[in-house]
Design a protein around this ligand. Structure first.
Ligand SMILES: C[S@@+](CC[C@H](N)C(=O)[O-])C[C@H]1O[C@@H](n2cnc3c(N)ncnc32)[C@H](O)[C@@H]1O
Length: 297
């Protein structure tokens, strides 16, 4: 059934195993990983959205309701979870396992990798609470030091790559572990977005520039303590595309989403979270770039 494992080492695979791009021996630990652990080992992502005890069935239900009922209701459709049946999927950065269990419900053969024990444990608990009986795999570690025997049909990552300083090497590594006809699909933060403008405005008016701007943005967006921000990159579509192209990916579809009711005080709550108006605003000023890509031939 489930497996929660530490990242394998070279010894697990033997000297002849071919694993291009893996730094088994350097013992690397990147600055962004250290920062990420500093926040997310302590505070689970989005945990302010649930009042129930962490790890309980009710906790996951509340997290799920917020994610798919309010904040990002377009995730399952945008990422075509219903087309994942029978596919091997690697998720990078598992959070509370909401998307993990959703993909598994849709028949995906799920593997999740994360550098925090907190999120891996929450994802394991979520699988346990969900009653899913399909096997799944959870790996603690950095993608660059984790070997995989089989290539994946799909690599999925939501709201993670922009927190990784060595993101470009992640993209190159993803290219290696994807099937030639496989899909990389992910969401990262967008520069020209309502939320980014709001963070700039509150930095000027509420914070009065007392903290560094990155520190403030991380505090607001990720709940990191002021003074100890997580790495956070907020980019234009072109900037993200340049990285994809350099890693050998071709973009097959792009969309922008992530405009929620609260951005429009009063009138916002009259709008459907996944309705036409918020989707249209999201396509112009949404917080997330959404990419589907394939390895270039
Ligand atoms: C903002 S959370 C997003 C989690 C989840 N995908 C979601 O949408 O709720 C970022 C996640 O990425 C993980 N993470 C950060 N750096 C990572 C890395 N180098 N490799 C894998 N996961 C990483 C964090 O532990 C956390 O689970």
């Amino acid at each position: 059934m489930s497996q929660a494992a530490l990242a394998p080492t070279r010894a697990d695979f033997g000297p002849d195993f071919d694993h291009p791009g893996i730094d088994f021996d350097t013992g690397l630990d990147y600055e962004s990983n250290r920062r990420a652990r500093g926040t997310w080992e302590v505070t689970a992502v989005g945990s302010q959205r649930a009042s129930a005890d962490k790890g309980t069935r009710e906790y996951f239900q509340q997290m799920r309701d917020y994610r798919y009922g309010y904040e990002t209701p377009w995730i399952p459709e945008m990422f075509r979870f219903d087309q994942l049946a029978g596919k091997s999927v690697l998720e990078i950065g598992v959070g509370n396992g909401i998307d993990a269990t959703e993909m598994a419900w849709n028949g995906a053969h799920y593997t999740g990798i994360d550098i925090t024990q907190n999120h891996l444990e929450l994802t394991r608990q979520n699988f346990e609470q969900s009653g899913l009986e399909t096997p799944y795999r959870l790996i603690e570690g950095d993608l660059l030091t984790t070997p995989f025997r089989e290539p994946f049909d799909t690599v999925y990552s939501f709201g993670v790559l922009h927190h990784i300083s060595h993101e470009q090497r992640y993209l190159e590594r993803i290219r290696q572990i994807l099937r030639p006809d496989g899909t990389l699909m992910f969401a990262v933060y967008g520069k020209y977005s309502f939320f980014n403008a709001w963070m700039a405005a509150t930095w000027l008016t509420r914070n009065r520039c007392r903290n560094a701007y990155d520190d403030w943005r991380s505090h607001v967006a990720e709940l990191s303590p002021l003074g100890d921000p997580v790495t956070i990159k907020i980019r234009s579509r072109k900037e993200v595309e340049a990285g994809l192209s350099a890693a050998g990916f071709q973009v097959i579809s792009y969309a922008k989403r992530g405009f929620v009711q609260n951005y429009l005080p009063g009138v916002g709550r009259l709008l459907k979270p996944n309705g036409w108006t918020l989707q249209t605003l999201g396509s112009m000023l949404g917080w997330y770039h959404i990419f589907h890509c394939r390895p270039e031939e």
